[in-house]
Design a protein around this ligand. Structure first.
Ligand SMILES: Nc1ncnc2c1ncn2[C@@H]1O[C@H](COP(=O)(O)OP(=O)(O)OP(=O)(O)O)[C@@H](O)[C@H]1O
Ligand SMILES: [Mg+2]
Length: 260
């Protein structure tokens, strides 16, 4: 469903973001990408929807090249890919429901969505998406009145309203406390299991990666240095990925204990 063929990315200035990546991610997988800061996790994730342009190779989504896509075709392909950011990327002064409806923008003319005119089926989709992340009662609250975890659940609802077939989440819990982190990860997992949405998440907590992933991909210096199941991702395997032993702040559990 997502296929990387010999994908490389060199940033202006010469930094190698990705070095000749070959990778296939199947429908319904819950993939967690791990690696040190600067390893290339964001570059890998963001190249899938072309938030980052690759330098060579090709990325296929359901057999169609997103690398070669332009104009309407590119917009249609991107519409199928929801993106979740560490910083939530909500319109803070807008209501929750408006933020979720933003997921429908790709389906309508600009004028219509600028005027905030969404057809009834869109409203139903948006409310249903909010229900699935347990945020229905906050529908008319302003986004900036929500906690971080609640804001992140709204951004998940936006991806659902978008009817995404793929969710890309770049450090979705990095700004959250341990309890909220689990709630957001639980939502992502439940939605992945219920709907079969292919989910790719960058995380830097090794215990969370093991707990939630169906497959863990380890990245170092723009290359895939580990690809296996959570059971195969032992502490020794993580040390290989990181090039050093796993430290305390890379464990959510460890961090929570220290905080107590
Ligand atoms: N816009 C850019 N211009 C130049 N170099 C960049 C740019 N973005 C990333 N890089 C470099 O590419 C490499 C991979 O960066 P990337 O952001 O993918 O790492 P990451 O694994 O997501 O790190 P982090 O855990 O800190 O988010 C790093 O060496 C980084 O400095
Ligand atoms: Mg990153």
């Amino acid at each position: 469903m997502i296929r990387f063929n010999q994908v490389s990315k060199v940033y202006p200035g010469g930094t190698v973001g990705l070095n000749n990546i070959d990778l296939t991610i199947g429908k319904g997988e819950f993939v967690v990408i791990v690696g040190l800061s600067g390893a290339g996790k964001s570059t890998l994730l963001r190249s899938i929807n072309r938030l980052h342009e690759i330098t060579s190779g090709e990325i296929l989504i359901d057999g169609q090249s997103i690398t070669a896509a332009q104009g309407k075709r590119l917009r249609m392909m991107r519409r199928g890919i929801g993106m979740i950011f560490q910083s939530f990327n909500l319109v803070k002064r807008s209501t929750v429901i408006r933020n979720v409806l933003a997921g429908r923008v790709g389906y309508h003319s600009t004028l219509r969505t600028m005027l905030g005119l969404f057809p009834k089926p869109d409203m139903e989709l948006a409310f249903d998406a909010l229900r699935r992340v347990n945020m229905l009662e906050k529908a008319y609250q302003r986004a900036d009145q929500l906690s971080g975890g609640q804001q992140q659940r709204v951004s998940i609802a936006r991806a659902l309203a978008q009817e995404a077939k793929i969710i890309l989440a770049d450090e979705p819990v990095a700004s959250l406390d341990p309890l909220t982190t689990r709630q957001v990860m639980d939502d992502l997992r439940r939605i992945n299991r219920e709907t079969g949405i292919t989910t790719v998440v960058n995380l830097h907590y090794v215990d969370l990666a093991r707990e939630y992933a169906t497959r863990i991909i380890g990245v170092r210096a723009g290359e895939i240095v580990f690809d296996g199941t959570p059971i195969q991702a032992t502490d020794a395997a993580f040390s290989e990925i990181y090039g050093r032993p796993v430290s305390g702040d890379e464990r959510l559990g460890g961090q929570a204990l220290e905080a107590n």
